[in-house]
Every structure is written in C-alpha cells, then in structure tokens.
Design a binder for this molecule. Structure first.
Ligand SMILES: Nc1nc2c(c(=O)[nH]1)N[C@H]1C(S)=C(S)[C@@H](COP(=O)(O)OP(=O)(O)OC[C@H]3O[C@@H](n4cnc5c(=O)[nH]c(N)nc54)[C@H](O)[C@@H]3O)O[C@H]1N2
Ligand SMILES: Nc1nc2c(c(=O)[nH]1)N[C@H]1C(S)=C(S)[C@@H](COP(=O)(O)OP(=O)(O)OC[C@H]3O[C@@H](n4cnc5c(=O)[nH]c(N)nc54)[C@H](O)[C@@H]3O)O[C@H]1N2
Ligand SMILES: [Mo]
Length: 827
C-alpha cells in the first residue's frame, strides 16, 4: 500500500519541511499556500502523509462508518464524500448531514416535570416515558445533576451511581462520552461500572480459559496470507460484508476488500447460518441453514465424524491441547450412553447427517479457515459454540498454519488488516478509580441489578452482589435499544431515583430519563481518531464541520461544567482546552511514530492541512499468522491458559462447578428453542442480527430507513411457508409477540430464512403505543421487547439477545402512527 521513496528524495523533502517550519508556523504557511497545496507539499516530503486527491472543498472528519469530507454550505452540512483511500466506501457515510440536522435533536436541557417538582425522592418514577418535559437553563441543569451526584456520594456511596454507560457513542479520542463520564465520576468519588460487553459477552470469557486471551478482539492471520493459502472459508454465523461496514474506530475497510479478493480468486466459501446472508450471496457461498441455537450440537456431530473417520490430527492434539481424551469420551457417550455422531446432531440441528459428514471431510482435506461470528454466542449457553469451534479447529490441526485454523474477528473492524508501523493515539482516560469503588457488574445484568439490590450472582468463578442503585447516568449508549426484555427493563428502570442521559437525539432512553442534556454530534467538535482498529493504519483529524446545534454542548464541556460545580474542574480538564488536548495526543503519537522511524509533520501543520496520515505496513506483517509462534514453539510461546495449551477441557472452569458451563464443551439445550416446552405456544425462532443499514439504533432516524422499513416499521423476514400458514402477505403489518412483549413489524416474505425462523434486526427505536400500559405494543418494532434477560451462563453472564421463541399474526388492530422518531410533547 505504501509507496517507497528513494532515500535521497526523502532527505530533500524533509529539508523542505524543516525550512517551512522555520518560516514561523501554521498561520503563515496557511496564508502562503492554499490548503491543498500545503497538503500536497507535506505529502511529498512525508509519504505517509496522504494528500487528498479530491477537490479540497470538504472538511475532513470521520465516523464509525468511514472517513469522509463534509461539504458545508451556509452553516449546514449538505453532502459527504468518502476519502479516496477507502477501498469499500459505505452508504452510511451519506447520512452524516441527516445526523446533524435531524428534526429529533434534543435542543435544550430538559427535566421531567415530576422530578423537577418532587425532587429525586418524590419523582414519581412510574411516569418515566410519559411525563411532561420542562426546559431549563444549562446552569440549572448542571446544578441539579451535580447536587444529586454530591448527595448520593455522601449518603449512599459510589455503588449507588451506575455510570458504566455501555455504548457505541461516536468515534473520537477526546470526545469519548463514556470515558468522560467515568473520568468525572472517578473524580467525584467513584461509581458502579460494568465488566464485559454486549458484543462478545460469552465468548470473551470462555476464550480466556480456552486459548488464554479474549481472542475475539485479537489481530487475525493477515489477509495477504489468507488469500495465498486458504482453500476453504467456513463462515459460521458470520456475515462480514454487512458487519464490516462499521468499526469501533474509523474503519480502514481492508476486510471487505479482502473478501472481494477472496471472491475474485474463487476460494470456496460455506456459510452456516439460519438466514441467507448478504455475504453468502456476495461470496457465492454454499448456504447451510441449521436450526437456530443448535450450532453446538452441529459442531459436536462434526467433531464425532472427524474422530470416527480418523480425519483428526492426533499429533497436534497431543502437543498443543489438553483434554481431548475427555472430549472423545463425551463424543462416544461413555458417560451418558449417547453416541454424539452426525445422525444424533442432525436430529437436533436440522442439517442432514450426510451433509455434516461431508462438511467434516471437506474441512479436513482443505486448508480451512473457520471464521466465527458472534451472534451464535449472544445466546443462552453461548460459551459453547466458540469453545467447540476451537475444538474442531484443533482436531483439524491447522491452527497456526498459513491460511488455516480459526478466526473470530474477520467480520469485525477488519481483523486481518495487516498491522501498520507508526504511532497510536491514546485517548483521554477515565483516570484512577478511588479505592472504595464497587465491584463492576456483568454489563448485561443491569436491569436485574436495578430491580434486585442485594442479590448475589455467580460470575466467572466469583460472586457479585448487586448494590442499591439510586442514579443511572448514560452518555453514549442507548440502553432501551441494547438491553433485552424491554418491558422488564422499564420496571427495573423505575427503581433509581434519578436518571440522567446525555444525548444528541430523543431516543427512548432519553424519553425514559429524568434529566436530558443535549450533546453535540461528532461533526460539531474537533477530535482525532485512528483508522483501522487492528491495522492502526491511519490517523484521521476530525475537524468541526458546523457549530454546536441548538443549545447542545460537547460531552467534554458538559462534564467539565459538572466538574466545576463539584470542585474538581482543574483535575478534569488538566487546564487544557479542546485543541490543547488534541495537540497533546498527537504529539505523543508522533513521538511513538518517530521511534518507529516514521516522520510526521508538527500538529499545527497537520491540522491546518486538512489531511490524514497513512502509516507504512511492514512486509512481514502481511504474512503474519495467528498462533504461528505457539505452533513453532509451544514451550517458549505458551498460550495464557493454565496449561499453556489450548484447553479442550478446562480444569479451571470445571472447578467452578457450574452445570450451565461445565469443564468440557458440548451441547446444552438453550432456555428457549424449537424443541422446548414454550415452542407449542411460540413455534417461531427469532434471529436478531445486526442491521444492514444502521449501527444498532444509530441512523434509525435518517432517510436510509426507507431502504429497509416495511409499512413504516422494522422489517420481519418470514419464510413463505410460515407466512402462508398465517395468512400474511408481503408488505403487510404483522404483530410479533410472546409472553414478554409485542411489536409491530412489516412483513418481508422470503426464502432467505429457514422455515420456522424469523429475522428482525436489532436497533429499532422503542415506541410504545401507550407508555402507561405495561407490555404495550411497540409501534416501531424494537426486537428486544421479545428477547429474554438471563445470563448466558454462570460463567460469563453474557446477554442472550440473539434468541427467543415467538408467534406472529397479521395485524388487524387500529391504525397506529409510528412516533419513534418524534420529539416528546413540550420538548
Ligand atoms: N436483541 C439484541 N440486542 C442487542 C444485540 C443483538 O444482536 N440482539 N447486539 C448488542 C450489541 S453487540 C451491542 S454492541 C449493543 C449496542 O448498543 P448501543 O451501543 O447502546 O447502540 P447504539 O445505537 O450505537 O447507541 C449509541 C447511542 O449513543 C448516542 N451517541 C452517539 N454519539 C454520542 C456522543 O457523542 N455523545 C453522547 N452523549 N451520545 C452519543 C447515539 O445517539 C445512540 O443513542 O446492542 C446489543 N443489543
Ligand atoms: N452494519 C452493521 N455493522 C455492524 C454493526 C451494526 O449494527 N451494523 N454492529 C457492530 C457490532 S457492535 C458488533 S458486536 C458486530 C456484530 O457481529 P455479529 O455478532 O457477528 O453479527 P450478527 O449480525 O449479530 O450475527 C452474525 C450472523 O449470525 C447469524 N446467526 C444468528 N443466530 C445464529 C445461530 O443460531 N446459528 C448460526 N449458525 N448463525 C446465527 C445471523 O443470522 C447473522 O447472519 O457487528 C459490528 N458491525
Ligand atoms: Mo457489539
């Protein structure tokens, strides 16, 4: 990717730079050269400083969906252009103007009427979501919030304030709302935080026992190596062409480009998914559709075939793993008398036994990369599928070989994009937690924690007791979208005395708060962000495109304002303003880059040039193979497990004594599924994949919605057989329901789902027809009204958002307007 420059030219170009800097800094430079010329000149001097080759009309910034130039006219963002470097630009980028100028922005600080009148302790929490709103001044709002923080710290201690605030916020290393909230709370006396995340709750905990690291966020075998050596890709519950659209940082989109190359090369791909995904189409993959939530059984059956047909690699198992003997005994049914062969698996997973056997043979005869997605672990007993994927990969014996093994992040933030050589931006930190800070709760146990203070649960070998939470503070997350069993959440949400939400928009979480503080979008402030989560390939400036809209403020300024009221302003800001923070971050990154022998321009010049940095990628990193060092010398490079090897059997997990996650992986029937007792009433199995044209709930309030909404609601994909049996036609309104809730969705009748499966993507904003009524119909189709809220197991306590049994029927009730994106009365 990097063009190399002859040494002599580099020197003269560097000299040019020194001379230019000596002229006296940026403002002068800026006036001597137009911006584009400046960028061009620096680029020639420093090849890693990429000149934008487009007309330099736009303002360079970025988002989870990509880096782009924003075109601003008369103070309004009107258009966007992806940066030319982006190998796979993404339509979501075009929604930035709609984000800024959305009609449902929170315009002013607002307080719920009963909270304002009654105070925290007489706030009538049952009126959250249906009370009136009162506009207050910023000073009043900050006084109310800071007084509450002070009171609770004094009277109930830090465990009474839940400020974990899980969520995907916006990109930016300074204006990181969640970290800023935690920074304030640490200075104010501490807070209740969380452990884990919604993405990989089950997998990250079990993987640390099985392979000694979270694995899900590790760099993957590099794409160039994969393209050269891999003969078979198995996408296991993995839809990369969709999930790679967005990244935690600004995406480099090297992953989708990798898959494009894979397709061009004609590498065989098999997709194992109850839904025919866009990736299946794009990659011309063979589609194998198991019954939902039965992957563990399917994997056990495949493992049995490998063993029975002697397709496994005993040498690899002996040298690099522990516990295969116990697993073999499980497969042979030595304890329970049940032989878990392909026929046994087929009866559970609904894929024919011969197909399972063939899959095992194909994987064994080819250089195979098993790419595991994460939907399969966002389930009850979600620890098992990834543990079994590693076990099957270990039996195949290709772990650590070029192009083979398993990879759990090819579908996420472009894992496998080779690591660049340069510097890394460190963001603003949450600071040190005070000594008396409470033990964090598993992130997805929030509702149970709010509802059941004093209750003790298991968590990865430890016990966690829920404190009595009096305040919840959310900044950069959308609890009413992310969390399971929305109706139970609403009840739990009534327990705290005060709920504060910083938000750019009137999301359901904001509507269910007591105090809402209007936050800017990332396009209204200056920031810096890395491009490429795994590659660290780019440094992007995020230039402010438009002024803060309405009365919104940056989260940094909101928390600095609260810090001032709490007497900790100096510690919060360290006496630095926005640009001083950014310069500090840049300078640290630049020093690292210099140590890696990559020269960068001074900050002011970088900033003024409206340009970005692309670091060089060393050749050896393009050949990097995950676990190669372990394979080469397992004694010198052991894994971080107790044995130093892959643990097919984990003594540590076994010792915890959990029946819902024993020491050996296997098939454990889930809480709800098609063979469970609930299936007679609720025969359909839910699939809640991540949305194609959103990031979770983000962008639901933009015109992109027209692409997927059906009858102005979130879509439900139904197999023609299931639709016919219920008299449902394509495009019609459907009520989807179970004992936990009911939602309105629009039917897409399609053979892309396996019969018995319905797909409703996560992320539609919750919009109850009557917020005063328990279990009211959600008019927009928030799927979490239907999911259940239990932990994946006593081990990981991950969420189970990717499963539930339900029924659907044609909707024949009164016409209900969708008000999900409307502003509440008085706001
Ligand atoms: N059923 C089911 N549920 C799921 C999932 C599933 O597969 N199925 N997936 C789960 C997963 S993996 C995840 S990661 C979660 C995602 O859950 P969230 O991370 O909560 O989802 P987002 O929609 O990204 O919410 C981010 C919120 O931050 C706000 N925001 C953006 N920028 C800023 C800012 O600068 N300042 C402030 N104050 N706010 C800002 C946005 O407007 C938005 O409301 O959902 C989980 N929920
Ligand atoms: N466009 C877009 N990209 C995103 C996000 C987004 O919201 N939108 N979110 C980002 C985030 S935070 C995360 S965590 C990742 C999520 O990445 P993942 O968790 O991997 O994504 P999902 O869409 O939840 O699930 C991937 C696939 O698993 C399949 N699946 C579900 N249940 C089963 C099952 O029981 N068996 C099998 N075999 N397959 C099953 C689904 O049909 C889907 O095709 O994506 C990231 N990228
Ligand atoms: Mo996630």
């Amino acid at each position: 990717m990097m063009k190399t420059q002859p040494e002599a030219m580099q020197i003269t170009r560097r000299r040019f730079l020194t001379g230019a800097a000596a002229l006296g800094g940026v403002s002068l430079l800026g006036s001597l050269w137009p911006r584009s010329a400046l960028a061009e000149a620096i680029s020639q001097a420093l090849p890693q400083f990429v000149a934008l080759r487009q007309a330099q009309k736009g303002i360079l910034t970025g988002a989870h969906w990509g880096a782009f130039e924003a075109i601003v006219r008369d103070g309004k963002m009107v258009e966007t252009r992806p940066v030319q470097d982006d190998p796979f630009p993404n339509e979501l980028i075009s929604m930035a103007p709609h984000q800024v100028h959305a009609p449902n922005r929170v315009k002013y600080p607002m307080v719920r009427k009963s909270w304002l009148e009654g105070g925290a302790q007489n706030c009538r929490p049952e009126l959250r979501g249906c009370d009136e709103w009162v506009r207050v001044s910023w000073d009043k709002a900050l006084t109310l919030v800071s007084n509450e923080i002070r009171r609770l710290q004094q009277e109930h201690g830090p465990q009474s304030i839940h400020a974990g605030s899980y969520g995907w916020k916006s990109v930016g290393m300074l204006h990181n709302s969640r970290t800023l909230l935690q920074r304030l709370m640490n200075l104010a006396g501490g807070f209740l935080g969380y452990a884990g995340d919604y993405s990989t709750g089950a997998a990250q905990v079990i993987m640390s026992h099985v392979v000694g690291s979270m694995e899900v966020y590790e760099q993957q075998t590099a794409w160039p190596d994969l393209l050269e050596n891999c003969q078979l890709v198995v996408l296991w519950g993995c839809n990369p062409m969709i999930t790679l659209k967005n990244s935690w940082n600004i995406p480099d989109h090297v992953g989708p480009a990798g898959f494009e190359a894979l397709k061009k090369k004609g590498v065989r791909v098999i997709s194992i998914d109850p839904v025919k995904s866009d990736s299946t189409d794009y990659l011309n993959a063979e589609w194998v559709a198991p019954r939902p939530y039965t992957d563990s059984a399917m994997l056990v059956g495949i493992a049995h075939t490998l063993m029975a047909e002697k397709l496994h690699n005993p040498d690899f198992l002996k040298t690099y793993t522990v516990g295969f003997d116990k697993f073999a005994a499980y497969l042979n049914g030595e304890q329970d008398g049940v032989v878990k062969d392909a026929d046994w698996a087929a009866a559970i997973c609904g894929v024919e036994a011969d197909a399972l056997r063939q899959l095992a043979r194909d994987m064994a005869k080819s250089r195979t990369m098993i790419m595991g997605g994460w939907g399969i672990q966002r389930q009850h007993h979600g620890e098992q599928p990834h543990w079994l994927l590693v076990t099957v990969a270990a039996m195949l014996g290709q772990v650590g070989l070029p192009g083979g093994g398993f990879g759990f992040s090819y579908h996420y933030s472009s894992g496998g994009s080779p690591t660049a050589r340069g510097g890394i931006l460190a963001g603003i930190s949450a600071g040190d937690a005070p000594k008396n800070s409470p033990t964090p709760i598993p992130v997805a146990r929030i509702a149970e924690c709010l509802a059941s203070p004093g209750k003790t649960i298991d968590f990865n070998g430890a016990k966690v007791t829920y404190p009595d939470v009096k305040m919840v503070y959310v900044a950069g997350g959308n609890t009413f979208h992310q969390h399971q069993d929305t109706n139970a959440l609403i009840k739990a949400w009534q327990h705290p005395e005060t709920i504060v939400v910083n938000e750019p928009y009137w999301t359901a979480t904001a509507k269910y708060a007591d105090i809402v503080l209007p936050a800017t979008t990332s396009y209204e402030r200056n920031d810096l962000e890395m491009g490429g989560d795994y590659s660290q390939l780019y440094v992007f400036p995020m230039h402010q495109c438009v002024p803060p809209q309405h009365e919104s403020r940056n989260d940094f300024d909101i928390f600095a304002g609260l810090a001032a009221k709490l007497g900790v302003q100096e510690a919060f800001t360290e006496g630095k303003d926005e640009m001083q923070w950014l310069k500090g971050m840049y300078d640290d990154m630049k020093a690292q880059a210099r140590n890696a022998r990559v020269a960068l321009p001074p900050f002011d010049m970088f900033w003024a040039s409206n340009n970005y940095i692309r670091f060089p990628v060393p050749e050896e990193n393009k050949k990097w193979v995950r676990f190669a060092d372990f394979r080469e010398n397992p004694l010198l490079n052991p894994l971080g497990t107790p044995s130093g090897k892959i643990e097919i059997y984990s003594e540590a997990v076994a010792k915890m004594g959990y029946t819902d996650c024993p020491g050996l992986p296997g098939w454990l029937p889930p809480h709800e599924w098609y063979q469970g007792p609930e299936a007679s009433k609720y025969p359909l199995s839910l699939n809640t994949a991540h949305p194609i044209n959103r990031l979770h709930s983000q962008l639901d309030n933009t015109p992109l919605r027209k692409k997927y909404a059906v009858a102005d609601r979130e879509a439900v994909w139904i197999h023609p057989q299931d639709a016919k049996a219920r008299g449902i036609g394509d495009g019609e309104l459907v009520r989807a329901f179970n004992d936990r809730g009911q939602i309105l969705v629009g039917a897409v009748v399609t053979e892309r789902v396996r019969p018995g499966v319905v797909r409703i993507s996560e992320g539609a904003w919750f919009d109850p027809a009557d917020p005063r009524q328990e279990g009211s119909l959600c008019k927009n189709g928030n799927v979490n009204c239907l999911t259940f809220d239990i932990g994946s197991s006593s081990l990981a306590q991950g969420n189970c958002g990717q499963m539930a049994q339900l029924e659907i029927e044609k909707y024949q009730g009164p016409i209900l307007n969708n008000t999900a994106h409307a502003v509440p009365a008085g706001a």
